[in-house]
Design a protein around this ligand. Structure first.
Ligand SMILES: Nc1ncnc2c1ncn2[C@@H]1O[C@H](COP(=O)(O)OP(=O)(O)OP(=O)(O)O)[C@@H](O)[C@H]1O
Length: 245
């Protein structure tokens, strides 16, 4: 579902992300970890062609679309629908005066879909949210509910790939576990490909199959999550693990 080779993203001549290889298949979860500024978000955004002002080179395929050469129309069709972005604080992205149900219906129409209320309710149930929440305004739901709504939106739109950038770091610990539980279940039930950006290695260990460790824009280590987290080969990965509470 995601295939990256020799990706380089440069801003004003400075390489901020250099990723030789990144693959995520259906039903797999790959995590990119590293400290702030290491290039994780830039890598994620480049996968959807969202790094405005950057020089991007290499090869990126997402849901069969060649992101660096596809016409804008083809890119718009995968963005937000087949490949959905889930961000740290969904509430900030939700229009405050629009009920969640109206927002979901609008998003579906934007992608040429006119699903009924039953389909919207099913998407809510898939993330363990009461469909009655569709009648609420964004400020009337908790951070964890808003994050699960963002995932429900992706499901309603038929996402095959979810790109999640620090999806739980704005949430408290018990709510984090709920959101991760939902992602883990969806991945298994719907064969979703999940690319997760996180600085939280404890979280990553509960969900990722493979891990890429980034530092200063470069991938310093990658491999199966169990191996990288149990026997880190790079001193920087050891440092990240030692910093865990
Ligand atoms: N639009 C931009 N213009 C110029 N430089 C940028 C731009 N976006 C990101 N950068 C730079 O790219 C580098 C990597 O940033 P990025 O946000 O990808 O890191 P990150 O690992 O995701 O960090 P964080 O966890 O803080 O989001 C940083 O040095 C940042 O300043």
């Amino acid at each position: 579902m995601i295939e990256v080779r020799d990706l380089k993203v440069c801003y004003a001549g400075r390489t901020v992300a250099d990723v030789p290889e990144l693959d995520v298949g259906a039903g797999e979860c790959v995590a990119i970890v590293g400290e702030s500024g290491s290039g994780k978000s830039t890598t994620l955004l480049a996968l959807l062609g969202l790094t405005d002002g950057a020089d991007v080179s290499g090869h990126i395929r997402v849901c069969g679309v060649d992101v660096l050469t596809a016409p804008p129309r083809e890119l718009r069709a995968i963005r937000g629908a087949r490949a959905a972005l889930v961000l740290q604080s969904p509430q900030a992205a939700l229009s405050p005066a629009t009920r969640l149900g109206v927002l979901m219906r609008r998003a579906l129409r934007l992608h040429g879909r006119d699903d009924g209320a039953a389909a919207m309710a099913r998407a809510m149930e898939a993330v363990l949210l009461d469909p009655a929440i569709l009648r609420r305004y964004p400020h009337e739901v908790s951070g964890g509910q808003a994050q699960r709504f963002a995932i429900a939106l992706a499901i309603a739109l038929g996402a095959e790939v979810i790109l999640a950038d620090e999806p739980t770091s704005a949430l408290d610990v018990t709510v984090q576990a709920e959101v991760v539980g939902v992602l883990r279940r969806l991945r298994a039930e719907r064969d979703l490909a999940l690319l997760l950006v996180s600085h939280d290695l404890a979280l990553v260990s509960t969900i990722a199959d493979r891990v890429l460790v980034m530092k200063d824009g470069a991938v310093v280590e990658s491999g199966p999550a169990a191996r990288v987290l149990a026997e880190p080969a790079h001193p920087y990965t050891r440092e990240l693990l030692e910093a865990l509470p």
